[in-house]
Design a protein around this ligand. Structure first.
Ligand SMILES: Cc1cc2nc3c(=O)[nH]c(=O)nc-3n(C[C@H](O)[C@H](O)[C@H](O)COP(=O)(O)OP(=O)(O)OC[C@H]3O[C@@H](n4cnc5c(N)ncnc54)[C@H](O)[C@@H]3O)c2cc1C
Length: 436
């Protein structure tokens, strides 16, 4: 019998002029510190350290990294592939690895928790079904929705229309309103019974609360506020999120525990197209969660939304102001422009911290993620923590007197100048054209 050969590994290399300086994903993906970022945001590979694991190339959104192999390694790879095709390269696993492989194999399926309040589903759940569908396809697994509540048949139906192939529905008065204890018990019961591989929840008040409680109970990992999700070649969920105050993007994996759990904020993922009338397999479950066992009771639901607390994440046009606005009174000029355009006013954290705007208006890492058709940034420098909350807007217009402000790097249109001249002039011009 031919000697079994090991799969050869190359060394990571950068294709010239292809790096888009996405924020050091490759550096954080490297397990051996072989990637160092240059001042221009591109990576240098330290060849002596590189182990050819391919992780940096996999996370690169621009496919700027590749694994370089010598001719000898290429020939060895061809031989290895031949042996693999003939079924002869099964790695020798330690007992521990074999156990892990068996354990991981029990978990299959991508689940999305469908959040609802008073029978109204949260849009983030549909966004997650859209993202979950991509993951399920890569894993060749089923996309499932978990719907809990009272009289929630309509949400189960809608889950199919947004892409779920299977819905686990728990319909019982105990689940009418969200309560951590009830939902947590039911979710853990479902996990124990069906063993999903991945669970996604919205990074909302409800999702954050439930995900944390469930992950603790089932003793698995949870990555909060992910901005990117993908699957590696070992079926692990690659969960990318800002780390260290937003200065780097870290890709986090939970390779030894299942299910893999992640939360994602509203508006981070695309809304999938609704397929009216689509259906799938409906599984109705009734875990033994009794009202008398739940310590909290919901007496009344009171909205805490004030007029200034409008949901900016749903707005199609946002005019945001930063420290460059100088004081709260000056936000009036942004409101006037917003009124002309039918938009709403947002703010950077500096403006919120200064007490000029309500926190509900803050855009960015510790505020809202927005994806409007038009985002106008006025007197905002473009710190990474602000950019992660608005960079997926369709059109970004930046007004800043500093031509080197980082906001211009993500702007579709940039206006270098004094916002106190430019904003009123824009409002005036729009008004004129509308009345013409
Ligand atoms: C953990 C963490 C989380 C954070 N989360 C967020 C977040 O969610 N959202 C967020 O926004 N920030 C966040 N930050 C803060 C962030 O790092 C920046 O400090 C903040 O975004 C800066 O706000 P700014 O752009 O309004 O102010 P500055 O950075 O001070 O920029 C003001 C800009 O206004 C311009 N300007 C001044 N006068 C005028 C004028 N007359 N006309 C035109 N331009 C003018 C200046 O050139 C300058 O570029 C976070 C920071 C940390 C560490």
């Amino acid at each position: 019998m031919a000697e079994k050969i090991k799969k050869p590994r190359g060394k990571a290399r950068l294709k010239p002029d292809t790096c888009i300086a996405c924020g050091a994903r490759c550096e954080s993906a490297c397990p051996v510190d072989a990637v160092k970022m240059n001042e221009d945001g591109s990576p240098t590979i330290i060849e002596d350290k590189c182990i050819g694991c391919d992780k940096c190339a996999k996370v690169c959104p621009a496919e700027a990294l590749y694994m370089y192999m010598t001719d000898e390694q290429k020939a060895q790879l061809a031989e290895w592939e031949k042996q693999k095709a003939a079924g002869g390269t099964e790695e020798e696993l330690s007992d521990e690895d074999k156990k892990l492989k068996e354990y991981l194999k029990q978990f299959r399926g991508v689940w999305v928790f469908i959040e609802q309040t008073e029978g109204v589903p949260a849009n983030v759940s549909w966004e997650l079904l859209g993202e979950g569908a991509k993951l399920a396809k890569k894993l060749d697994a089923e996309l499932c929705a978990v719907v809990m509540g009272e009289n929630v048949d309509h949400i189960a139906r809608e889950s199919f229309e947004y892409g779920a192939k299977k819905v686990y529905q728990i319909d019982n008065p105990v689940f009418k309103n969200y309560r951590t204890q009830a939902y947590h018990r039911a979710m853990c019961w479902l996990i124990e019974k069906y063993k999903p591989e991945i669970i996604l929840m919205g990074a909302t008040g409800m999702g954050r609360d439930l995900a944390g409680a469930v992950a603790t109970e089932v003793a698995t990992g949870l990555t909060a506020d992910c901005t990117g999700l993908d699957i590696d070649d070992k079926r692990n969920l690659m969960q990318t999120r800002p780390a260290f105050g937003g200065n780097i993007m870290a890709t986090i994996m939970c390779d030894k525990f299942r299910p893999q759990m992640a939360t994602v904020r509203p508006k981070v993922m695309d809304m999938p197209e609704k397929q009216p009338g689509a259906s799938g397999e409906l599984i109705k479950e009734n875990p033994a969660v009794k009202e008398e066992d739940i310590l909290s009771k919901v007496l009344k639901i009171v909205s805490d939304k004030k007029a200034e607390d409008m949901d900016i994440s749903a707005a199609e046009i946002i005019i945001s102001g930063g420290r460059g606005m100088m004081n709260p009174t000056n936000f009036k000029i942004l409101e006037e422009l917003a009124n002309e355009l039918g938009g709403t006013v947002g703010a950077s954290r500096s403006a919120v911290d200064a007490g000029w705007m309500a926190h509900s208006r803050q855009v960015g890492q510790t505020g809202k993620t927005v994806r409007p058709k038009i985002y106008i940034a006025c007197g905002i420098s473009g710190a990474i923590q602000h950019l992660v909350g608005m960079q997926d807007s369709e059109i970004v217009i930046a007004i800043n007197k500093d031509k080197d402000a980082p906001i211009f790097e993500v702007a579709t249109y940039g206006i270098v100048g004094d916002l106190f001249q430019i904003v009123p002039a824009l409002t005036e011009e729009i008004r004129k054209r509308r009345n013409a």
